[in-house]
Design a protein around this ligand. Structure first.
Ligand code: UDX
Length: 436
């Protein structure tokens, strides 16, 4: 089957490469000429483990190609995916749908055959209806069915998530749409990945509800961690103890500095906007958004406490290990590191940082932070070391060397990657999350 993927960013490129790997004939389309040029040269616009190899293999096999020409790219395609960005609209948190609608219009005007138009971009409830209106208004004489098919890809694990999904959600309003989508996902169907068919509106809401629920789970355990510190309990034991209840589940119960990234912050805000528009408040999610925002700066204050408080902190040096919102990505969007660094800088602390992949993206976001070439360079002369992102490279630091290089052996482990007893036995002052 021929598939067109409009938008060759994170979601479009991973999905396109995986569909091609299933054996479909895929064209990835993007307006950005330099991005398409680089893709032709095998250079990926994002950092995602395994993607360059997957793209390379499928280009070589003749199943994956790239173009800036939408009309040419969609010619003969039975499924045309819209996978362009839906950033938060400045000012009000609404998802900005202008890119989605612009693509719908262009597709309608260029269409030369019957096709299913699939929104893969994360879009608020009702967007499919509008896409349908735009396609109809374009005057196309071909049969078009608009389908919602949200993605649930985690950065850093996106290819695995695509190929072995917990479920595939398809929101379709007619048999034509359902049939084509069944064909698109047939390779996964044979793999026994469950496919859930719903109405288009339900499917659109499922994406937001899933992300809001996961954000809630993280925020819940983060607040439990704070409580653990006060009452002298251990949040890792609490996580295990509640997670073993199948109704709760053990995933997404790691306490940390707060969630960030390209999805949770944006999607929770967009869900609140939808709830407001329909006068149906989701107060839990309101609380989650506020609690997570304030947590990031609170983590900066936790580091300041480890330095001996506000007065003692002025003029001291902190090493930040890890800047991205999670490991195995170079993505800095809404990373807790940004607020943590700002809180430290505001308190007159000198900050040096190291991240295996994220420093290029981090630099403009934290101009006052000195970027270094290695964790040990950041640690040199530091009065405290804070682990912000749980990169594997930080799990087995040479602690004897760390102690020698640092001015004071103070470790603030915001991801709980070390065992308190082990680190303290080496003479470190150690603070972590929810392990009072
Ligand atoms: C998320 C969803 O998992 C994915 O299904 C959706 O399509 C996009 O959003 P992603 O943003 O790539 O994916 O990262 P994820 O691994 O979910 O982590 C999000 C944030 O939550 C990170 O900042 C991470 O550090 C934090 N997190 C996650 C925790 O603090 N604790 C946890 O237990 C899990």
């Amino acid at each position: 089957m021929k598939i067109a993927m409009v938008g060759s960013g994170y979601v479009g490129l991973v999905s396109g490469a995986c569909f091609a790997d299933f054996g479909h004939d895929v064209v990835c389309i993007d307006k950005d000429q330099s991005k398409i040029d680089r893709l032709h040269e095998g250079v990926m616009p994002i950092y995602e483990p395994g993607l360059a190899e997957l793209v390379g293999a499928n280009v070589k096999a003749g199943r994956l190609s790239f173009t800036t020409d939408l009309a040419e790219g969609i010619r003969g395609a039975s499924a045309i995916f819209i996978a362009v960005g839906t950033p938060s609209r400045r000012g009000d948190g609404h998802a900005d749908l202008s890119f989605v609608y612009a693509v719908a219009k262009e597709v309608g005007e260029a269409l030369e055959n019957d096709a299913v138009v699939v929104t893969k971009s994360t879009v608020p409830v009702g967007t499919g209806d509008e896409v349908e209106r735009i396609l109809a208004a374009s005057g196309t004489s071909h049969r078009v069915s608009v389908v919602s098919n949200p993605e649930f890809l985690r950065e850093g694990a996106a290819i695995g998530d695509f190929k072995r999904p917990d479920r595939i959600v398809i929101g379709a309003e007619d048999d034509f749409g359902r049939e084509i989508m069944r064909e698109v996902y047939r390779p996964l169907f044979l793999n026994e990945s469950p496919i859930l068919f719903t109405s288009r509106r339900s499917s659109e809401l499922i994406k937001y509800a899933a992300n809001a629920f996961l954000a809630t789970k993280i925020t819940f355990i983060n607040e439990m961690a704070d409580l653990c510190e006060k009452v002298g309990a251990n949040v890792q034991d609490v996580s295990r103890g509640i997670g073993m209840d199948n109704r709760i589940g053990s995933k997404f119960l790691h306490a940390g500095p707060g969630y960030g990234g390209s999805c949770f912050p944006k999607d929770t805000l967009a869900l609140l906007k939808t709830a407001e528009d329909y006068e149906s408040p989701v107060r839990i999610v309101e609380a989650v958004v506020k609690t997570n925002d304030s947590r990031k700066r609170a983590m900066g204050r936790k580091v300041i406490d480890a330095l001996g408080g506000m007065d003692a902190a002025r003029g001291k040096k902190v090493a930040l290990l890890g800047l991205t919102f999670k490991p195995n990505t170079d993505d800095m969007r809404d990373s807790p590191a940004i607020a943590i660094a700002q809180t430290l800088v505001d308190a007159g602390v000198k900050v040096a940082a190291y991240d295996p992949e994220g420093m290029e993206q981090a630099r403009p976001l934290m101009p006052e932070v000195a970027m270094t070439e290695s964790p040990y360079e950041a640690i040199e002369g530091a009065d405290a070391i804070a682990i912000v992102t749980e990169w594997d490279a930080f799990r087995a630091l040479d602690l004897a060397r760390v102690k020698e290089l640092a001015k004071a052996p103070v470790l603030v482990d915001l991801r709980n990657i070390y065992q308190p007893d082990d680190v303290r036995a080496l003479g470190f002052t150690y603070a972590s999350i929810g392990r009072g």
